[in-house]
Write a protein that binds this ligand. Structure first.
Ligand code: ATR
Length: 280
C-alpha cells in the first residue's frame, strides 16, 4: 500500500519507510472501525524533516507515527510532549490538537503489552536483563520500571551508553554491564530482552549462551525480521518462554490508533495472525 502524502491524513514518517507494516495495520483498523481516513507512507529524508512536516500539517495531516531515524528529532518539532516521551527521549506518535503538535511514545506500551499478552505468567517482581542501550532499550526500561521490576541490568557494546541509560532513569536498582559480562547475571534474571539490531535479517546474530538460564526465564527479542532470531531459537531449545517482536509492533500501533480516534482497534481475528505468518 503506497498512498501519496496528498491522499492521506495519517501516516508513518521514516527514511527508509517503504517496508513499514504500519499502513496495513492502520488501514485495516480504519476500515474495521468504519472511519473515513487513510494512512500512508511519508518518506522523509532527515535533512527535510522540519520543512516537510510543516508542509504536511499545512496540507491537513492530522497525526503520524515516527520511525527511524526521526524519533529523536521529532521532539524538537512538537509543541507539547508527553511525560512518557520525555523520559524515553523519543517521540513515535504525533497528534495535531488545536493546530499544535502533541508528541508521545507508544513503544513502551507496545513492549509491555506484548510481553504480558504472550506470557501472562511473567513475574514482574524478578530481575531483568536488557541488552542494548538505544532508543528501543529506553522504551523497554521505561515500561519495566513502570511494571515494578525490582532490578534491571543493562548490557551494551558501548558501556558508556549503558551507564548513561542507568543514570538517566535515576532508578537505584539499575546496573550497567560490560558487553563481555552480559551472560554473567543469567542466574539472577527471569527476563532477557534483546533491544539491539543484532539478529535482524542481514546483520550479525546476538551471541548469548542460555544453557544455564532458569526454567521460567522469558526471552524477548524485539527484532521481528526474522520473527525467530537465533536467540529465540536457542531459547526454545532450552524450553524457555519466547516472545517475538511482532506483537510490540501491533500494540504500539494500536495505542497510536486509540490516541487519534478515541477507539481501540479490535485485535482479535485472523488478520494479525496472517500478517505475522508472513514473517515466518
Ligand atoms: P534503536 O533506537 O532501535 O534502539 P539505536 O539507538 O541505534 O537504535 O541502538 C542500537 C543498539 O544496538 C545499540 O545498543 C547498539 O550498541 P552501541 O550503543 O554500542 O552502538 C546496538 N548494536 C548495534 N550493532 C551492534 C553490534 N554489532 N554489536 C553489539 N551491539 C550492537
Amino acid at each position: 500500500m503506497s498512498l501519496s502524502p496528498h491522499d492521506v491524513s495519517y501516516g508513518v514518517m521514516g527514511w527508509p519507510v517503504k517496508h513499514s507494516l504500519s499502513p496495513e495495520l492502520h488501514n485495516y483498523w480504519l476500515a474495521q472501525q468504519r472511519i473515513d481516513e487513510q494512512y500512508g507512507l511519508l518518506e522523509i529524508e532527515p535533512k527535510d524533516l522540519r520543512e516537510k512536516t510543516e508542509k504536511l500539517v499545512a496540507a491537513g495531516l492530522k497525526g503520524w507515527n515516527v520511525t527511524v531515524p526521526h524519533k529523536i528529532n521529532m521532539m524538537l518539532l512538537c509543541d507539547e510532549i508527553s511525560q512518557t516521551a520525555k523520559i524515553i527521549g523519543a517521540v513515535n506518535t504525533v497528534k495535531i490538537v488545536d493546530d499544535r503538535l502533541f508528541g508521545t511514545n507508544t513503544d513502551a506500551y507496545g513492549f509491555i503489552q506484548n510481553l504480558i499478552n504472550k506470557v501472562p505468567t511473567w513475574n514482574s517482581q524478578k530481575a531483568a536483563l536488557v541488552i542494548g542501550a538505544g532508543g528501543a532499550a529506553r522504551a523497554a526500561v521505561y515500561s519495566l520500571c513502570e511494571a515494578g521490576v525490582p532490578k534491571i541490568y543493562i548490557a551494551n557494546r558501548t558501556y558508556q551508553k549503558a551507564y548513561e541509560l542507568c543514570a538517566d532513569f535515576g532508578y537505584n536498582n539499575m546496573t550497567a554491564l560490560e558487553w563481555e559480562d552480559r551472560e554473567s547475571v543469567i542466574a539472577d534474571v527471569s527476563l532477557i530482552v534483546n533491544t539491539t539490531t543484532l539478529g535482524m535479517t542481514g546483520l550479525s546474530e546476538l551471541e548469548f549462551d542460555l544453557s544455564t538460564a532458569k526454567k521460567d526465564t522469558v526471552v524477548y527479542d524485539i527484532v521481528y525480521k526474522p520473527l525467530m532470531t537465533k536467540l529465540l531459537k536457542e531459547a526454545e531449545k532450552y524450553g524457555l518462554n519466547v516472545v517475538t517482536g511482532f506483537g510490540m509492533l501491533v500494540h504500539q500501533a494500536a495505542a497510536a490508533f486509540e490516541l487519534w480516534f478515541n477507539v481501540s482497534p479490535d485485535l482479535s481475528g485472523g488478520f494479525i495472525d496472517e500478517l505475522e505468518e508472513r514473517f515466518k
